[in-house]
Design a protein around this ligand. Sequence first.
Ligand code: HEC
Length: 195
Amino acid sequence: MLTRGYITCGVPYVLFGLAKGLLGDFTKGDPLPGRSGKNAEVPYNWTVHTPKSGVEIASFNCLECHAGRFNGELVVGLGEADLDFTDVPMGALVDNLPILDIFPGGVIGEINKFVERYKAVGPKIKMLTVGTNPADMLAVALAAHHNSDTLAWSDDPLLFPPEIMAPVDTPPWWRVHKKHGVFYNGMNRGDHRGR
Ligand code: HEC
């Protein structure tokens, strides 16, 4: 979960130092003890890996929302109750892209992918209040851009879900095994997920 690339969209690692300045709170965390190589150098909520494009990227991992501070100490699995989605910081990154023309093809390809994804979902996950989390609506926004048979990405939405925001709170992971269903809608009862 903290070393593999299950999110295939991210910031090319060669640019991560630059992106860090533009991603604000999302990149301010310390490295997580116990990780090795480049993962030992990036904040706990990012993972460095190489997707099919062959370009090494840093992408968010689950700890973006699922690691919080208690008495000043980072607790893996605790929901980050004060995460701020009121100003989606990827906007600053996207607006500052022209300088990136100097980078070679594969890197540009990864950046374009990141920007396309951001443009599609960024505005839909902006919250009114610090501490409310858009994860469920992020899933809906991403689903609207994937072909339901092939899962291929489409820049244009293929579905038009209602323009509503259902804010959620990130629960601690250690309660999951005591639950009959997870998430606000109590889903994953007895199917292949979350048993
Ligand atoms: C953008 C923030 C965010 C990210 C990233 C994220 N989650 Fe969550 N997660 C949430 C929120 C918010 C909920 C509660 C949603 C709800 O109740 O409907 C949740 C719920 C869950 C639950 C159910 C917990 C329960 O008690 O109902 C599990 C398990 C979980 N996440 C695992 C993961 C894993 C594994 C990853 C990485 C692959 C991940 N999450 C990435 C925000 C996030």
